[in-house]
Design a protein around this ligand. Structure first.
Ligand code: C5P
Length: 225
């Protein structure tokens, strides 16, 4: 079983995807982590972020690993553990350079498909979460969800998350960064953030993550034989 959850930052998709996977006893795939790992590697290599060909070459050589231990995800690039660094605001802000490059996406989409299918085979299913999982990576998914929420609610959630991680968070700055990243994710010409064809849209603005997870699980279980 393949379930995709797409949506903008702060829509609740990451936590809901993790909780849904746990509830259904299947695997969870955070595809944003692959873009983040690639972005961090490009920054560390001093690559020209405006040169898509150079980025694609670099990303093609990377060995990105996602390692799931229970609810925890460790991310590696080659031997380097980058779990914490990939969440830094600089990586969020610069990820659009890689996300908009078709040749980079081709490498990462291929990686995500291989990881997703392997996890699905191993665990009987996978919840794959990102921006294009229902539209591009797994268009044949059994269930496709699109989560959204108002920018204000999403900024508040992101602030709470950063503070909980021991990082600094200024609400206005986070809101502006979210609006900027949204605009870029929705307007890029390759694999923009969209509600996938056949996807079920849920506005999570007035919902807790537990309520979102309940609703997703209810929809999946209601449709299963
Ligand atoms: O989901 P997360 O915020 O970790 O994703 C970081 C960035 O990676 C997004 O802003 C987006 O540009 C890119 N991304 C993407 N396609 C995905 C997942 C993430 O373009 N499937």
């Amino acid at each position: 079983m393949i379930i995709t959850i797409d949506g903008p930052a702060g829509s609740g998709k990451s936590t809901a995807a993790r909780m849904l996977a746990r509830r259904l006893k299947i695997a969870y795939l955070d595809t944003g982590a692959t873009y983040r790992a690639a972005t961090l590697a490009a920054i560390q290599a001093g690559a020209d972020l405006r040169d898509p060909a150079a980025l694609a070459q670099l990303v093609g050589r990377l060995e990105i690993g996602l390692h799931y231990r229970g609810d925890d995800l460790a991310v590696t690039v080659g031997p380097q553990d980058v779990t914490r660094e990939i969440r830094l605001p600089e990586v969020s802000d610069k990820s659009h350079y890689l996300a908009r490059a078709p040749a980079v996406r081709a490498v990462l989409v291929d990686l995500q498909r291989r990881m997703g299918l392997k996890l699905a085979a191993e665990y009987g299913g996978v919840v794959s979460e990102g921006r294009d999982q229902g539209s591009v990576v797994f268009p044949q998914a059994d269930f496709k969800f699109y989560l959204d929420a108002t920018p204000e609610v999403r900024a508040r959630r992101r602030c709470d998350q950063l503070l909980a991680d021991g990082q600094q968070a200024d609400y206005q700055e986070v809101l502006q960064a979210i609006l900027l990243r949204d605009g870029r994710d929705r307007s890029r010409s390759v694999a923009p953030l969209i509600k996938p064809p056949g996807g079920v849209e849920i506005d999570t603005s007035g919902m807790t993550i537990a309520q979102v997870t309940d609703e997703l699980a209810r929809l999946v279980q209601a449709a299963r034989p």
